[in-house]
Design a binder for this molecule. Structure first.
Ligand SMILES: *[C@@H]1O[C@H](CO)[C@@H](O)[C@H](O)[C@H]1NC(C)=O
Length: 308
């Protein structure tokens, strides 16, 4: 009788524990990276900030600040490129945010972007926005075609990235004690339902040794984080990546120094994203800006080796 009641209590308690994510392998961050492309111009001239794949429609989008826009304007350009780095289109966004990370989601043959929006005085978005990518359009954050979300009570400065293989939305946001990470089912989030995060925890690593935070994404049960500075700021190689177990919030690997594109000029690390090839090879992409001011270029590399 006693043991039966104990089992009942344990089962009840377990039902209150937040849902977890099925365990997956993580990318081996110590393995070398391969090139997708180097030194490709974007629509505008500024450094790229982040990038995202619409894995279903096999499209690539790169974010950057609009030419001439101030740090805090939140005015962004999204360039669509093919996988050889050729420009296919662009869209301008006004009053959105910084663009450090965003997501791209297929809806039929259209792509919807998940970005920060409603820029605050620091240049970061106070909400998450979702809208259709329309080549050549300029979209204001006040437009009714931007769906807006505030996923977490008290959360500020939202950004997002997508795990396209598992259809999950990873959201990074600010609370009074620092940055937090929450993971959602993408279909639920698309309906505006953020009531059941799969995980939700404080980001374990602050930007290390004063390095700038430069991107994140998730695949399976791991979160990937990127930091580092351009060669203008740090003359030595200082870009690093870490893998965090989404189920525990603990660092599993890293931070590991990455040599991807080490010979690029300027070389500022700018963004992480996941892409699965038609052949089923899943890749962790790392982005870097290169080149001279007024003529910055986009560079994408990937890792594909995993640790079980
Ligand atoms: C990783 O990518 C490289 C270059 O495209 C390829 O040669 C290699 O077979 C891939 N490895 C895995 C594990 O997919």
């Amino acid at each position: 009788m006693v043991s039966f009641r104990l089992a009942t209590i344990v089962a009840l308690a377990a039902s209150f524990v937040s849902a977890s994510v099925p365990k997956s392998a993580h990318f081996d961050l110590t393995e070398p990276s391969y090139d997708l492309f180097r030194s490709k111009p974007l629509h505008d001239d500024t450094v790229q900030q982040g990038f995202a794949f619409d894995n279903t429609n096999r499209r690539l989008f790169v974010s950057q600040r609009l030419n001439g826009a101030s740090d805090t304007s939140g005015n962004l350009c999204i360039t669509q490129l093919d996988f050889s780095g050729k420009i296919l289109g662009h869209m301008h966004l006004t009053g959105f945010g910084h663009g450090v990370a965003f997501g791209a989601q297929a809806s039929g043959s259209s792509t919807y972007l998940w970005t920060e929006t409603d820029v605050n005085s620091n240049g970061y978005g106070q909400k998450l926005g979702r809208f259709k990518f329309v080549n050549g359009a300029t979209l204001s954050h006040t437009s009714s075609s931007v769906q807006k979300f505030s996923p977490v009570s008290g959360g500020k400065e939202y950004t997002a990235s997508i795990d396209p293989v598992n259809s999950r939305l990873v959201v990074r946001y600010q609370l009074s004690d620092g940055k937090h990470i929450a993971l959602y089912d993408l279909a639920a989030a698309t309906k505006g339902d953020f009531s059941a995060p799969l995980v939700n925890f404080k980001q374990p690593l602050p930007p290390t040794k004063g390095k700038n935070f430069q991107g994140y994404t998730a695949y399976g049960s791991f979160l990937y984080l990127l930091w580092g500075d351009s060669y203008d700021v740090s003359s030595t190689l200082n870009s690093e990546v870490a893998a965090v177990d989404l189920n525990t919030g603990a660092v599993t690997q890293g931070p590991v120094l990455t040599k991807a594109g080490s010979t690029l000029s300027f070389r500022e690390p700018e963004g992480l994203a996941i892409y699965e090839t038609a052949a089923g090879e899943v890749r962790l992409f790392l982005g870097f800006a290169s080149g001279a001011a007024g003529d910055r270029r986009s560079n994408l590399f990937y890792k594909n080796a995993t640790v079980a």
